[in-house]
Design a protein around this ligand. Sequence first.
Ligand SMILES: *Cc1c(COP(=O)(O)O)cnc(C)c1O
Ligand code: SF4
Length: 324
Amino acid sequence: MRDTWQNQLLQGFSTPAQLLDYLELPSDFGSTKANQQFVTRVPRRFVDKMEKGNRHDPLLLQVLPQQIELDSKPGFSPDPLVERAANPTPGILHKYHGRVLLTLSGACAVNCRYCFRRHFPYQDNALGNKKLTQALDYIRQDSSIREVILSGGDPLMVKNKALSVLLANLEVIPHVTTLRIHSRIPIVLPERIDTDFLAILDGCHLEKVMVVHCNHAQELDEVVANCCKQLKQHGVHVLNQSVLLKGVNDAVDTLVDLSRALFRCGILPYYLHLLDKVDGAAHFDVDSQRAISLHRAMLERLPGYLVPKLVTERFGEKSKSWVG
Ligand SMILES: *Cc1c(COP(=O)(O)O)cnc(C)c1O
Ligand code: SF4
C-alpha cells in the first residue's frame, strides 16, 4: 500500500484498547462507552510522540476516551456555541464583520475529546455540490466579505482536486481578498501538505493564512517544522491557536515552551481559547481566573509576539471576547 496521507488515516488508531495496548498501559484506563459517543481517531505518527507507560501524557489525554467524560456537569451542554443561530445557508457561519466560516468537511484527522464536534452526527459529511454552490452565492452576494475561512471539521480532509475548484471559484469574487484555512492537519498529519497542495496555493492569488492547532510542544517535530516552513515559502502566513486544557497545558512553563517551539517552526501564536463548555469535556476546564493568571505570567516571560490572545466565544458578540 502506498504511503499516502489517505492510507495513513486508514492506518490510524480507532479504539481505546488499541491505543492503550500500543502505549503499554492498562486497558481499563479507556472507556468503551465514551468511545461510542465520539469515536477514537488518531494518526500513528501522533501516537508515536506519546510516552509509553505514561497515563498523564499530554497528547494521550487529548485523544483517549475516558470514563470521566460520562459525568455530566452543570453549565456544560451539547451545543455551547449555539452555532445554528448564525447559519444563513448550509456550510456558512457568518458571525463577524468581513469574514465567514465555510465548513467544508465534518471529519478530522484526529478526534479531540474537548471538541464541540463530539455531539454532531455529521462527522463524515462533506459539503455537497449543491450546498457549495449556494454557499458561494452567499459569499458573492455580500460585498462586505473580504475573508473566507475554510473550516470544519478539518477542511484539509477534502481532496486537492475539490480544493482547487473551490479556490478557483473564490478568487474570482472581487471583494474576497483573503483565504484562511483552519486546520489541525499540519500538526497531526503533515504529509497531507503534499506537492499538489502546495502547487494549488501557488496558483491562488488571494492573501493566504493558515491557522494550525497545537496545544503542546510535544506535538511538534522536524517534519511538522518542515511542513510549516514550506507553507511559508509558498506565501502562507502561519499562525497557531490552542485550547487551554487542564492536565495538558495549564502550566506556565508548558505554555512558554509551546510558544517558543512554535516560533522555531516558523509559527506565531494567535489565540489561546478557553474551553467551550461542551458535555463530556468538563474535566479539561480551567476557570477564567486561573487562565488570566497563567496568561499574565506568559506576558512576563515572553516577547509580546509570542503571547497568544486569551479569548473565549460568547453568544451574540461581534468578535471573540478577550479575557482579562
Ligand atoms: C472564530 C471565528 C472567526 C474568525 O475570527 P478571527 O477573530 O478573525 O480569528 C470567524 N467566524 C466565526 C464564525 C468564528 O467562530
Ligand atoms: S475540529 Fe479541531 S479540535 Fe475538533 S476534533 Fe477536529 S481537529 Fe480536533
